[in-house]
Design a protein around this ligand. Structure first.
Ligand code: AQP
Length: 340
């Protein structure tokens, strides 16, 4: 069979499962905007509300978080006239293809997903079926647009790899090359931003401790306080990156500084070599406030007009659906389903 060359296209999403964190910004949003501005490939960005409800969400809070996340995308540089920006549940193709992929993915594959194990913990009998099936829906999110490039943080690498397995199995099972096999794009100095309280745990919007993360909506004083109280060790900063070996909290703060300043982590370490955290932390706090406060004020401005946010999402959903609908139609046809 001649190999089909798929047109490069970027897709990624974020869950409205809470407020945006510095981890979401550095691992995802900042890079989404840069990819859009490079203009090499069409960019499709999604607020994945169907993923959010895999764990209980208060309906009013979910509505608010969806709009706030949309404001966060725009405030971080995603321009709805350049990228398609919409919420997942407004485009039926995600659920339609998600079901087909539930029937392609194997139970054993899903059981190996570390994020499910982490989120379910000891309570795996009691979590939703949706949480278990999440990665198959994520595969549909990506492949319903024939996306070839998926910018994500390190924590989502395994799910994109599963998407590749699903695309390959679908193509093999049905003797086709209909679906592209997408690549995870994991780049930058902060592909895994860690909790400010525990350098071995990822910074997460659903962490019960607000002190563990910097929220994009935190004001300058809160950002400075969280950085000042961030866990570190008593050693000064080393001369080279090797000196951060076994010092996860110190490494995390250096990575955050590097990602926010656009410098390499090695440069940051060289600049602050021999200095104590009492000097480094205020410098990091100033940098974080400088970078994040314009985003936070733009988010508040946008949130004053929720109807405009809804219009942006509706327009994005229309554009997304125009790409997804023919792909779903063809996938259904390949599988043997009839009808419009
Ligand atoms: N700490 C992080 N460092 C770097 N990247 C991160 N991302 C999330 N946390 C970090 C990236 O942000 C994108 C959106 O993630 P998501 O909302 O879909 O789900 P998540 O990865 O599970 O993020 P959270 O904040 O931890 O959400 P909850 O707490 O609801 O599970 C992805 O590209 C992710 O890699």
């Amino acid at each position: 069979m001649a190999e089909v060359v798929h047109t490069p296209r970027v897709f990624s999403g974020i869950q409205p499962s809470g407020g945006l964190t510095l981890g979401n910004y550095l691992g995802a949003l900042k890079r989404f905007g840069e990819t859009q501005d490079q203009g090499e490939m069409p960019t499709i960005y999604c607020i994945v509300d169907m993923h959010a409800i895999t764990v209980w969400q208060d309906p009013e809070k979910l509505r608010h978080a969806t709009r706030a996340l949309t404001a966060g995308f725009i405030a971080s540089g995603i321009d709805p006239t350049k990228s398609i920006l919409f919420n997942q549940s407004a485009v039926p193709g995600h659920a339609q293809l998600g079901w087909i992929f539930n029937c392609v993915a194997r139970l054993g594959w899903m059981q190996r997903m570390t994020q499910f194990k982490d989120k379910a913990g000891k309570n795996s009998e009691n979590v939703s079926l949706g949480l278990f099936a999440y990665p198959a829906l994520m595969a549909a999110d990506i492949l319903v647009y024939h996306a070839t490039h998926v910018p994500v943080g390190e924590d989502q690498k395994q799910h994109v790899e599963l998407t590749r397995d699903i695309a390959i199995k679908f193509n093999n099972d049905y003797g086709t090359d209909f679906f592209p096999v997408p690549e995870p794009v994991i780049e930058g100095a902060a592909t895994r931003v860690m909790s400010l309280r525990d350098g071995t745990k990822k910074m997460s919007k659903s962490d019960p401790s607000d002190m563990s993360r910097i929220n994009l909506t935190d004001d300058a004083d809160t950002i400075a306080k969280k950085i000042r109280k961030a866990k570190t060790d008593p050693e000064p900063l080393p001369e080279t990156l090797d000196g951060l070996e076994g010092r996860p909290e110190a490494r995390n703060l250096v990575n955050i500084y590097a990602a926010l300043s656009g410098k390499a982590a090695a440069e940051v370490v060289a600049e602050y070599a021999g200095q104590q955290f009492g000097t480094f932390k205020p410098a990091l706090a100033d940098l974080a406030v400088e970078r994040l406060s314009p985003i936070s004020s733009e988010m508040s401005r946008l949130m004053q007009d929720p109807a405009e946010i809804d219009r942006i999402l509706a327009h994005g959903a229309e554009q997304a659906n125009a790409i997804a609908a023919p792909i779903v139609r063809r996938a259904r046809d390949i599988v043997g389903m009839v009808g419009a």
